[in-house]
Design a protein around this ligand. Structure first.
Ligand code: NAD
Length: 276
């Protein structure tokens, strides 16, 4: 999809109050698009709307919990009262759990599956059919992760949700191709955003010093969400199905394909370090 000028186009981004969602919404606004943005963080969302408008774009902000079937349905009714269909749908809202399966409660599972997996399903369910019906193409961006193709016991539940987003995106890519709608699964590596502060930590990882270590690792890595946003726009322009973002995400991608045994060893070593 050409992104030179998006004047007159509508881009919807979930989880746009912070991090990757916010920076990608701003990047689309700089190309002239109107933005529909949602989040559960109302003050962050209001600030995001203001920044979008300062760039000269229209911003429709709405407090929506992507895990709620009802809220997503009502959101879609509102949006489709304004536009026939969105041009670009970005299912980005997400949360993280650090820790192994044996320490993850069913409540934790319901929480993370509700947001990371069902949030993407709800977004696609409510917005893609209108894109198809309108018949003018478009693009779906689903935010998975490098953890969507490389798993570690330190991220059991998070891995399960991100693998599901990648799998759904691959299936959708095929299904939506005849309709001229592209699909990109975005797979970032370690990106310095508030997700590390807000992640739930379980089991041996549930210690303040573990969180500080994790936060400082991401800060030292210093790969910022605006760089992710730039790469997302490039991936959409190239209609790339899987878009690893950051050198470590590419390294894991190639290891998974060409040396899975080596990836397993690295992953075991990293999980051991994370729980020591
Ligand atoms: N930061 C990383 O290292 C990294 C790496 C790979 C993938 N990702 C993915 O990128 C996406 C964005 O994460 P981020 O790093 O920008 O984190 P972030 O915490 O900065 O942003 C996530 C946003 O989602 C919102 N959100 C959370 N639950 C929601 C819900 N139920 N409904 C609506 N909005 C909700 C949050 O309020 C927040 O504004 C996530 O899907 C995450 O899994 C992040």
């Amino acid at each position: 999809m050409k992104l030179d000028s998006l004047v007159g186009k509508t881009v919807l981004v979930t989880g746009a109050a912070s991090g990757i969602g916010l920076e990608t919404a701003l990047a689309f606004a700089r190309r002239g698009a109107d933005l529909v943005v949602c989040d559960v963080d109302e003050s962050g969302l209001a600030a995001a709307g203001k920044r979008i408008e300062e760039l000269g774009s229209r911003a429709f902000t709405h407090r929506v919990d992507v895990s709620s079937e009802e809220e997503m349905r009502a959101f879609a009714v509102e949006v489709h009262g304004r536009v026939e269909a969105v041009d670009i749908l970005m299912n980005n809202a997400g949360v993280a759990i650090g820790g192994p399966f044996l320490s993850t409660s069913l409540e934790d599972w319901n929480w993370i599956l509700g947001i990371n997996t069902m949030g993407v399903v709800h977004g696609c369910h409510h917005f893609v059919p209108r894109m198809v019906e309108r018949g003018q193409g478009g693009h779906v961006i689903n935010v998975s992760s490098a953890a969507g193709y490389s798993a570690t016991s330190a991220l059991a539940a998070y891995n399960a949700t991100k693998f599901s987003v990648l799998g759904l995106s691959e299936a959708l890519w095929e299904e939506l191709r005849p309709h001229g709608i592209g699909v990109t699964a975005v797979c970032p590596g370690l990106i310095d955003t508030p997700i590390t502060r807000n992640a739930r930590l379980v089991g041996d990882m549930d210690k303040p010093e573990r969180r500080e270590e994790m936060v400082s690792t991401y800060q030292r890595r210093a790969y910022t969400p605006d760089r992710v946003a730039k790469n997302i726009l490039k991936a959409v322009e190239k209609n790339r199905l899987v878009a690893p973002i950051s050198p470590e995400a590419w390294a894991l991608y190639y290891l998974k394909r060409f040396a899975p045994w080596l990836l397993r060893r690295i992953s075991l070593a990293m999980a051991k370090r994370a729980t020591q």
